[in-house]
Each structure stands twice: as structure tokens, then as C-alpha cells.
Design a protein around this ligand. Structure first.
Ligand SMILES: C[S@@+](CC[C@H](N)C(=O)[O-])C[C@H]1O[C@@H](n2cnc3c(N)ncnc32)[C@H](O)[C@@H]1O
Ligand code: SF4
Ligand code: SF4
Length: 478
């Protein structure tokens, strides 16, 4: 008899046991936790049995063993790992169009580098240093590429990205009806959205985006002191007042439906204040990402991990407190995993579609693994005129969680799917090797907290949450 692959942990005052291969979650009482801990340590179920017998007696040891057996956690043959996906390349159904690499802001942590305080040719990732504006010709070729490469798939999506996409408004405004008409000719459903700093979101532009059903992911870092310090112009002028006005206009049109994407830096490591500020303004959903991949004092580092974990745990308690009051604290960092750990039927083998079904197009029409790799030659994948170069795509598709050292033995692999490619590359220099010291630690902590939230949810609260899950969908997390 052997113990299944399990993860035993304590969070939010509960001791939980996750069956790694099936995704099932159990609450463990003290003898069960002692049984599993001893069995895990020695690699022997009998050692678990003996540990419980010593402390609680024979009968208890036997009943714990039986209960674990009934749940399939002890068996002659533990369940197999889920099968990885077949090694074929999916059609390309989503494109980021970097319609400009220019930006009117100079956010202190920006990986696109226009805003960074790094020297002009320093730093590992500098897509913004190229003075790129996408032309109509490139944009049209990119869309034709998408229609072609999406094959039989009916739904396609485009994100207007950058730099600051609203700076290239003339192009965006012309592309929306043109893309819609081409998609309809080709019999495809098209979803369009944009990720913006919102400083240029005038009444007229907002009306256009709303009338055309274009999703807006609003980058906003929180209270005035934080936003003004982190997201400012090259001269250091803060953007809070401007962005706040735009948020007011947008939220009046789409109350409770807009996502705020906030970047957390080590200069303002105040998760709760940021989240409460943004939800308090009327954003329906907040997603937080730590600033990574830059080397100035805004970047969050492994040293900040204990504090960050403490703050996420505090947010999880607050999440439950608010649910008690019938309110959803819609922090998508949790909601996403509360959902997937509640219904673990579909194991994840990849973190996202990057490099497979989703690619980024730079202003010259070159294709990259995703927006965060734009400008890094070794992660280029051909261009929209001559077609896709599938060598790197095959590599990415092959790097599922069973194939990556680090991931293949990680208890969180089927929930995580492998984490952000760029964050790993920035930390380890390789797509294959995960950033175990920081990114993985934070991901695993977030998943544990989400599982513990699940364990404490009453059924009606779980229902309330299920109704709101779809509001937590993010076009771009990283
Ligand atoms: C590069 S911007 C491009 C679109 C637009 N200019 C904007 O600010 O939303 C996209 C998102 O990346 C985030 N971001 C930029 N640099 C980052 C970094 N080093 N780490 C994490 N997120 C970062 C920004 O805060 C923003 O939410
Ligand atoms: S607004 Fe966006 S692209 Fe511009 S500097 Fe800030 S994060 Fe970078
Ligand atoms: S947490 Fe890290 S090691 Fe574990 S599956 Fe995710 S990326 Fe891989």
C-alpha cells in the first residue's frame, strides 16, 4: 500500500490535504495530519500508522488508515498523473497588437522600458526603446495572419497594447470597424480589448470604446501617493488626478464591470490599501502583480516574500470576512484559484496560451512569444508577412509541467500550469527553469490560501462566488 501524491499544509487556521493528481481537497484532523506527515517523511504508510498508534492508540490508527483508503489516498496503486496534452500546436486565436511602443508615462518599473529608470541601453528587456508606431499595413497583415492561423476556430481576439495604445488612436479607431467587417466576412466572432494607462481616455474615446464593446483593462496602482510615485511622466509628474477622472467616466458607463490591474512595488508594499482603494472607487475586479524584471528599487524581490505572504494571508481573511457580509472582495489573484481548486476537473499543463494560441505582434509585424518578450530576439517567432516560425512554439508547447524540472514534482503543478514565462526567464535565464525562490513561492502560497478559503466557504457563499467568477477574467495578468 502506498500514499498518493499529497500536499499537507496549514492555512487560515485549517489543516488541509490536497490530492495532487486528482485535485481533491480534504480537511485533516490532528491524527490524520500526523499520519500523513509521518508517512510523507519516511515514504512509508506504516510509519504513519505507527505515529498515530503511539499517540492516539490502535483503534484510531486503524480508522485513520481506513478513512484515507476510502478516499483513495492510500491504495495499492495510487492514481496515475493526468495525461499531458498531445504534442500538436493549437491554432493561433489571440493576438496582442503593440500599436505603438511610445508612451506618455514613465512608470518607474515598466518592463517596456519607456518608463523605466534604467539607462537607455541597459536592462534585459527594452521593447519600448524602439521608436515604433504600427502602420495600417502591418495591422491589416496581422489581422489577416490571425484569420488564417485561427483555422477552423470561430472565436478570435485582439488586444490593442503597447506602449500606450491610446497614443495611436487614429489607427485604433480605424482598425475597429475594419477588423469587425473582415471577421464577419470570414465567419469569425471577434473580441477586442485594450490595456491602457487611461491618461488619454477622453469622453470621445471612451464613448467609442464603449459603443464598440471594447474591453478596457485599466492600469491603476491605487491611492494617490502610490500612483503618483509609480506611474508618472518622465518629468516625475504624477498621474492620479488624470486617471481618477477617466476612471469616474468609465465606471459610470460600466459600473462594477471594469478590471483594475495594479502593479505592486517594494516601495509601496501595501496590498490591502491598494485593493481597498480600487474596489472602493467602483472597479469590479482587481488584479495585483508584483513588479519584476527590472533592477531598480521598485522591483519586488525574494527578500520581500515573507511580508508579501503575510499580506496575502491578511487579504484571504478579509476575503472571508466580506463574504460573511454577502460581499465579494473581487481580488482575481484569489478568485481564479478558489474557482479552479473548487472544481479541479481540468488539470493545467501550461500557464496560459502564450507562444501557442496567443502571440504578440510588434510595430514592425514581428511575432513574439507574448507581450513581455517583445524585442527579445531569441523569443521571436517569425512575422505576420512571411509567416510563423514554429520552432520556439514547439518548444513552448513541449514545456508542459511534466517536462519542466522543478514543475514535474511540484504539488501545485496542475493548478499553476507553470507560472509566467517571462518572470521565470528574468530570474533563471531559461523557459524551462521556474523561479522557485520567488514566483513559485508566491504562487503556491496563493493557491494554498485559495484552497483554505474553499475549505471555509459555506455552500451559499460558494454560490455567490460562482455567480461572480466571470468578472474575474483577465486578458493580461503579467
Ligand atoms: C506595459 S503596460 C502596457 C499597456 C499600458 N501602457 C498600461 O500601462 O496599461 C501593461 C501592464 O504591465 C504592467 N507592468 C509594467 N511593467 C511591469 C513590471 N516590471 N512588472 C509587472 N508589471 C508591469 C503595467 O503596470 C501595466 O498594467
Ligand atoms: S503606461 Fe504602460 S507602457 Fe507606459 S510606462 Fe506605464 S506601464 Fe509602461
Ligand atoms: S509553482 Fe513553480 S514549480 Fe510549481 S508548477 Fe508552478 S511554476 Fe512549476
Amino acid at each position: 500500500m502506498a500514499l498518493s501524491e499529497v500536499h499537507l499544509f496549514e492555512q487560515l487556521g485549517r489543516t488541509l490535504l490536497a490530492d495532487v493528481r486528482t485535485g481533491r481537497l480534504y480537511e485533516a484532523d490532528e491524527p490524520t495530519a500526523a499520519f500523513v506527515a509521518a508517512a510523507l517523511e519516511s515514504g512509508d504508510v506504516d510509519a504513519g500508522h505507527a505515529a498515530v498508534r503511539r499517540r492516539w492508540g490502535r483503534w484510531r490508527a486503524r480508522s485513520v488508515r481506513e478513512a484515507l483508503g476510502v478516499q483513495g489516498l492510500i491504495a495499492v496503486t495510487p492514481p496515475d498523473c493526468p495525461e499531458p496534452p498531445a504534442p500538436f500546436l493549437p491554432p493561433v486565436t489571440a493576438l496582442d497588437l503593440n500599436i505603438t511602443h511610445q508612451c506618455n508615462l514613465a512608470c518607474r518599473y515598466c518592463y517596456g522600458s519607456y518608463g523605466s529608470t534604467l539607462s537607455r541601453d541597459g536592462g534585459p528587456f527594452r521593447y519600448g526603446s524602439e521608436e515604433g508606431w504600427m502602420s495600417r499595413e502591418v495591422a491589416d497583415a496581422a489581422f489577416e495572419f490571425l484569420l488564417r492561423e485561427s483555422g477552423e476556430e470561430e472565436a478570435v481576439s485582439v488586444v490593442f497594447f503597447g506602449g500606450e495604445p491610446l497614443l495611436n488612436w487614429r489607427l485604433l479607431e480605424a482598425l475597429v470597424p475594419a477588423f469587425r467587417s473582415r471577421a464577419s466576412d470570414a465567419g469569425k466572432r471577434l473580441r477586442m480589448s485594450t490595456a491602457s494607462n487611461a491618461t488619454l481616455l477622453t469622453e470621445r474615446k471612451l464613448r467609442f470604446l464603449i459603443d464598440n464593446g471594447i474591453g478596457i483593462q485599466f492600469s491603476f496602482d491605487g491611492p494617490p501617493d502610490v500612483q503618483d510615485d509609480q506611474r508618472c511622466s518622465r518629468q516625475g509628474r504624477g498621474s492620479y488626478a488624470q486617471v481618477c477622472e477617466a476612471a469616474g467616466r468609465l465606471l459610470a458607463c460600466r459600473p462594477g464591470e471594469v478590471t483594475a490591474r495594479a502593479t505592486l512595488t517594494r516601495r509601496h508594499l501595501e496590498l490591502r490599501r491598494v485593493v481597498e482603494h480600487l474596489l472602493g472607487m467602483g472597479f469590479g475586479n482587481v488584479h495585483i502583480e508584483p513588479a519584476t524584471g527590472v533592477t531598480n528599487d521598485y522591483a519586488v524581490t525574494p527578500e520581500d516574500l515573507p511580508e508579501l505572504k503575510r499580506q496575502f494571508a491578511e487579504m484571504a481573511e478579509l476575503f472571508l470576512e466580506r463574504l460573511d457580509q454577502g460581499e465579494l472582495l473581487n481580488l482575481s489573484n484569489f478568485v481564479k484559484y478558489v474557482r479552479s481548486t473548487k472544481t479541479p476537473e481540468t488539470p493545467r499543463f501550461h500557464p496560459c496560451g502564450a507562444g501557442r494560441g496567443y502571440l504578440c505582434v510588434d510595430p514592425n509585424g514581428r511575432l513574439f512569444l507574448c507581450h513581455r518578450f517583445t524585442g527579445s530576439d531569441e523569443y521571436a517567432m517569425g512575422n505576420v508577412f512571411d509567416g510563423i516560425d514554429n520552432a520556439l512554439r514547439r518548444q513552448v508547447a513541449g514545456l508542459h509541467v511534466h517536462a519542466r524540472p522543478g514543475c514535474r514534482d511540484c504539488w501545485a503543478r496542475y493548478f499553476c500550469g507553470g507560472g509566467c514565462w517571462r518572470v521565470h526567464v528574468d530570474a533563471t535565464g531559461s523557459l524551462a527553469e521556474p523561479d522557485l525562490a520567488f514566483h513559485c513561492e508566491l504562487l503556491k502560497h496563493t493557491i494554498e490560501l485559495s484552497m483554505a478559503i474553499n475549505a471555509r466557504l459555506a455552500d451559499d457563499e460558494a454560490e455567490l462566488l460562482a455567480d461572480r467568477y466571470d468578472q474575474s477574467r483577465m486578458p493580461h495578468e503579467s
